[in-house]
Design a protein around this ligand. Structure first.
Ligand SMILES: NC(=O)c1ccc[n+]([C@@H]2O[C@H](COP(=O)([O-])OP(=O)(O)OC[C@H]3O[C@@H](n4cnc5c(N)ncnc54)[C@H](OP(=O)(O)O)[C@@H]3O)[C@@H](O)[C@H]2O)c1
Length: 257
């Protein structure tokens, strides 16, 4: 069976920018109809839709604030209204990060991280379940930091990302449970775990210090791109990956080996 996405319908959360944008474009290039979800940046999402349509692809933009308690419900209702039937692939990519010194972490910032990165995927799976069926799959974008501590975290006074890392660890746990629970229905669930990727989220790679720190922890000596991740997500979402479930696939240039 070919690793193509022809005639599949795929929702990508957080597809207005960065990794999500690249996933939407890669998946559309393989023939899928893509639902381009966004939070605040409607103009950017419209740009992604226009870029996909310009080369003959099919895409629509859908808004929902995934920080809101009803964000998953709102998005699911919009997806159902638009497609009405089966969703072949649910790509849970939207997320936020926050670095701080340990004494500067706040309850609000912690809750915001967990609300967007963990609560919204958890309830999106619940809400989308009626649209998922035999042959559907879920791909969750986690991170290398779920399992390894990046950079020089732990040195006095250096901002670090333990709360963000914990959200990604929670997602990796959920992936295994979802894969086990949904496997008998023929639904695959996998994580794709990027290393440092050049996006708005990781703008520290634009400083010489940040760039050096990143390259030092990787076997491959360049900064990863959104397309490096998107190509793997597109494969995992395709029937070519039909016997892979409950896995976490690192896409990190050999980070922290
Ligand atoms: N960049 C990295 O180095 C890296 C490494 C490992 C894992 N990751 C993970 O990869 C995923 C994508 O990251 P990225 O680097 O592409 O980030 P990004 O460029 O900052 O983009 C984040 C995306 O998430 C959406 N989003 C954020 N908060 C939202 C909210 N409250 N409601 C709805 N949508 C929201 C944004 O939508 P709007 O702009 O429309 O609001 C945007 O499309 C994240 O899960 C991140 O944790 C990134």
């Amino acid at each position: 069976m070919a690793s193509t996405l022809t005639n599949k319908v795929v929702l990508v959360t957080g597809a207005s920018r960065g990794i999500g944008r690249a996933i939407a474009v890669a998946i559309a290039a393989q023939g899928a109809r893509v639902l381009v979800h966004y939070g605040n940046n409607g103009a950017d999402a419209d740009g992604v839709v226009a870029a996909i349509r310009a080369v003959g692809g099919e895409a629509d933009a859908l808004q929902s604030d995934l920080a809101a308690p009803d964000g998953a419900e709102v998005l699911a209702a919009r997806v159902k209204a638009l497609i009405g039937s089966k969703l072949d692939s649910l790509i849970l990519n939207a997320g936020v990060s926050k670095a701080a010194k340990i004494e500067d972490h706040t309850v609000d910032a912690f809750d915001n991280l967990f609300n967007i990165n963990v609560r919204s995927p958890f309830f999106l799976v619940k809400e989308m379940l009626p649209l998922l069926g035999d042959g559907s799959n879920i791909v969750v974008v986690t991170s290398v930091v779920a399992k390894a501590v990046p950079g020089n975290s732990g040195q006095a006074g250096v901002p670090s990302i333990p709360a963000y890392a914990a959200t990604k660890g929670a997602l990796e746990t959920l992936v295994k449970h979802w894969a086990s629970i949904l496997g008998p229905k023929g639904i695959r669930v996998n994580a794709v775990a990027p290393g440092v990727i050049a996006t708005d989220m990781s703008n520290f790679t634009k400083t010489e210090g940040g760039r050096q720190l990143t390259l030092e922890m990787q076997a491959l000596k360049r900064i990863g791109t959104p397309e490096d991740v998107a190509d793997v997500v597109a494969f995992v979402a395709s029937d070519g990956a039909r016997w892979i479930t409950g896995a976490s696939i690192p896409v990190d240039g050999g980070s922290k080996l």
